[in-house]
Design a protein around this ligand. Sequence first.
Ligand code: ZN
Length: 678
Amino acid sequence: MSELTATASCTAYAAVVEASGEVVPQPLVARRVAWLAALASDLTARLVAARWNPVDLDALASGVGPDGRVLPSKGWMALRRLGWGVGPPSGVHVCDRVLRCAQEQAARALRLALYRRRLVAAIVATWPQATGARTGAEWDALRALLPDGVTAADIRNRTRQVRAYHDEYGAFPADLIELEEPPDVAAQVVLAAADRQLVTLERSGSRSARLRVRLPLVEFPASGRDWAWHVLPVALPPTVTPEATLLTPTARVSKGRVRVDLPFRIPIGVAPATGHTVGCGFDWGLNTLLAGTVGELADGRVISDGRPFTYDASGVSAKLHRLRAEREHLAAKHRHLERLLAGITPADSRYAALRTAWQRIGVEHERLCARFRNLNKALAWSAARWAVDHAVSAGATIIYLEDLATLEARGRRGSVNARLSGQMRGKIVEAIRHLAARHSIAVVTVPARGTSRYCPRCGAGTSILRHCPAPDRAGERGWRWAYCPACCLSCDRDWAAAERILARGLLGQNATRTHRSTGVRTIHAVVEGNVARARPRRKLTRAARRARRTRADLHPRPAARDRAKNRPTPKRPTRTLNNPINNLNDTSAVHSANNPADQAMTSSRVPDRRTVPAPPPTSGGQRPAGHAPKPGRHQPHRTGHVRNSHHRTGFHHAKATPVLTLAKHGSGPKQATPVRVA
Ligand SMILES: [Zn+2]
């Protein structure tokens, strides 16, 4: 067993003063928590600003105190060892535990700065020769200097920052402090650094906890009498299971409410790196945000059940692009007004109006940024939850994804989904890792190169797919549909890529490497193999079993009545070895179930070829090829028909394959009929 740490954001709606039993309503308790947070963050800001210089950053980075001993891992202890104290303003009384909280927050901010400093130093040291993209060798040199687990988005953002500095000053920054001001300190109090003299936390029920904390009764407490113990009841969200261990939280005030960011630890099972038989493969799609498939490893072959999973976020993605454009527009306006303001004095008659407009646009910009951030985050978690739900429902023990580092180097551009940033994909991977860990499902990345180029059905990674606009336009060049001239495979290109990812993962399991410090699992070797599509064999129905046992006809023909019929109606030709003429969808295979010889001939293969071309787009906008039109619009509404067949994603404009528990792989619970999970 291992453990998973997560943070639940809870709200405290009221408090009770412990000594007097006085009930403190929400607005007042929020004010008192805000005073405490302001005291702590003021101390933190002064501490960080005082140490924002290369000498002190070097001292912290060295990891060794002035006495030659290694610095403690606890931030506040490390700062005390270095002798970096801070005191409250004169006349204000704060206990030593509040100073500890401030020092802890300062230590975290400074250690984060050290990380950014290492990134900037590595990027400056390996600055690319030519402007534009780095070459393969330059990437390798950069990766060698970077700390473990740096995302491509981080590298890109820091590279842009350094480039902007270089463009402005004509030289590279010597240190991070030339690039950035001391970081803004959030108004919060990191209670984890304190002890029983400032805070205690205990569970009061399976879904609630009691937070006891000493809060100031006035904005600037003058003595110990201005502090009092408050008891804050906190309701726990369902993600905090009863067996979770609660850790000391961080308190802050947001929108007039006391928010308690409560870390908790839950025991989870260990997902092994190898020995998996059922897995899911997901591709960063062009037609959809994510496309996936489930498959099984049997006798060294990968067999997929032929069910594609798609998560289409084009609507949300388009919204994100509109928000981004709007944000940049507002930022430009804000900068312009700032320039105008700098050119005039407050005595000018236009100053007041300009300043009001500048402030208003600043607020608007902030709000837009928050909206953009929240939407990004919600989409990432929704997609991750959907992917993990599919893996759980299919009984998969492993999820394979493309390696984002190799994906970044290749660069896909084009559709709305493909334009979603690498940062977004990084967030989805993180979220998938977190959610999968809760179900003991391993997440492993495989090389992205060639996943959508080669046919998953034949050639073992040598026959090249032809990409065309739609199944009935196989002769034209395009990018949404995949067609294999060698084996006539015709399917959505993202689906084909997901199958190839799955094959690379399941077949290359023995090459899985687990990173020593980050625990990230990767397969660097490319092991190619074909994926067969077949439905899992269904259990015979009771009637069919009886018919088989008694050698009776499962569907006896009614006796011929008053008809001049002197011979039996000849059977339709069934599909036999010598006569493979019938369509695979032919239902006559069922009629011959009584004959064991015939039954051996029925095929559970999923057709590789689309038998009809995709229906033409009906309403405004180009519909991705291969997607069924909305049910209910073209055909009359049937009883028992699911009106909205999409997974509930939490978005109006995100459409995803519903999570259904169909025929099972592996050892999941058996269910006879499809059950809607989400
Ligand atoms: Zn092929």
